[in-house]
Design a protein around this ligand. Structure first.
Ligand code: KG4
Ligand code: ZN
Length: 366
């Protein structure tokens, strides 16, 4: 079973071919093509939906062709033969930016009709989890997991739009244990980057600045939640803002846009390091609680913030069991995770989508 996965929910135009023969063994990555419009958004300090959608239109067909050419190098130039190798198409239909999702979904629908392939509609966040079911590749530069995760599986889902814990009893049989009640952790990284004048996207730039900082430079709060496994990051973000204002001897009325120019590099590093430690601890504290309550056979991390070295470090130190991480390139948005999810859907008889009517769901939840 070989599936072409298409992902366009935010600012990455991505396509990939994944092969799954034995669902217990995991998938094999045949290609992973990504074109990002991130550079175009950087000067605005965040993703501009119109620019993202326009970039997807330009990039989508070349990216899909690159995914096919890399997966089937002996058939480069023989498009029809490449398509004969593909058993199904999987596409992200939510959650995400409406205009961005639309390009991927309309492209996938058109290709499914034109080439007569079954179409699988994928939830972006479930896709992030399925990056953990990739175990093999001949592509250079990938460090793959040694085995597919076992059930029951605790999933720590941390991205720009999501912070949640989910317990999977089996494929497509899971319950949400808790989620953020306000900002997602990735969003908090992005906002702290803005407060300190570090470039977008915030995750990697905060991580880099943190290397030179003291991660216990000052105290930051961890939110107390009514529900055991829920999260909140908006209070932490505000506490960082107040701390930055205090560091430059100003009060809460001082405009945040003027803060970066007044902070020294050492102060920025301390803010980055202390924020990063506390934000990640908030996630790991609750993941450990869930681990103790449910004794899962495996723990996986998923989403853009799964690329965080601090998260990987804290989990490795604190989890009683050794945890395996997906390659960094499979953590941020990519087509491979969608292709993998599509393979499992196809192998396990999940419903197919109607290529004539499949619609986007920007607010889709798990
Ligand atoms: O999954 P993703 O690519 O897009 C969404 O589905 O939201 O996640 C993007 C988020 C951004 O907020 C970005 O700042 C964060 O992932 N991120 C990181 C790191 N790399 C990306 N956060 C912390 N540490 C990183 N190394
Ligand atoms: Zn994502």
């Amino acid at each position: 079973m070989k599936v072409l996965g298409i992902e366009t929910s935010c600012d990455e135009t991505a396509a990939s071919v994944v092969e799954v023969e034995d669902i217990a063994a995991g998938g094999r990555l045949l290609s992973n093509a990504v074109a990002s419009s991130m550079d175009l958004h950087a000067k605005y300090g965040g993703v501009v939906p119109e620019i993202a959608a326009r970039s997807h239109i330009e990039a989508i067909m070349p990216v899909i062709q690159e995914a096919l050419d890399t997966a089937f190098p002996a058939l480069v130039g023989y498009k029809a033969k490449q398509w004969q190798q593909i058993d199904a198409i999987a596409v992200t239909y939510g959650a995400g930016l409406g205009g961005s999702l639309l390009i991927g979904v309309l492209t996938a629908r058109t290709l499914a009709i034109a080439f007569g392939k079954p179409l699988y509609a994928c939830n972006h966040v479930e896709g992030h989890v399925y990056a953990n079911f990739l175990t093999g590749t001949a592509l250079p530069g990938y460090k793959m997991r040694s085995a597919a995760p076992k059930f029951p599986m605790l999933a720590i889902i941390v991205s720009g739009g999501h912070s949640q814990l989910a317990l999977f009893q089996n494929h497509f049989d899971y319950k949400l244990l808790g989620q953020t009640q306000d900002d997602a952790i990735g969003e908090a990284f992005d906002k702290v980057a803005k407060i300190t004048g570090l470039p977008y996207p915030g995750g990697p730039s905060v991580a880099k600045a943190a290397e030179a900082g003291n991660d216990r430079a000052f105290k930051l709060p961890k939110a107390k939640m009514a529900e055991k496994y829920d999260f909140s990051f908006s209070g932490l973000k505000t506490a960082v803002l107040r701390q930055a204002q205090a560091m430059i001897s100003e009060d809460y009325t001082f405009p945040s846009k003027d803060i970066p120019a007044r902070l020294s590099e050492a102060q920025k590093a301390d803010i980055a390091a202390t924020f990063q430690r506390v934000a990640v601890e908030t996630i790991v504290d609750k993941a450990l609680l869930a681990y103790e309550e449910f004794s899962p056979a495996s723990v996986v991390i998923a989403g853009g913030v799964a690329a965080s070295g601090e998260l990987r470090k804290q989990l490795t130190e604190r989890l009683p069991k050794l945890i395996e991480f997906p390659d960094l390139k499979l953590c941020t948005d990519n087509g491979a995770m969608i292709a993998t999810l599509g393979c499992y859907k196809a192998q396990l008889g999940q419903p197919v989508a109607d290529p004539y009517t499949l619609d986007i769901q920007p607010n889709l939840s798990m």
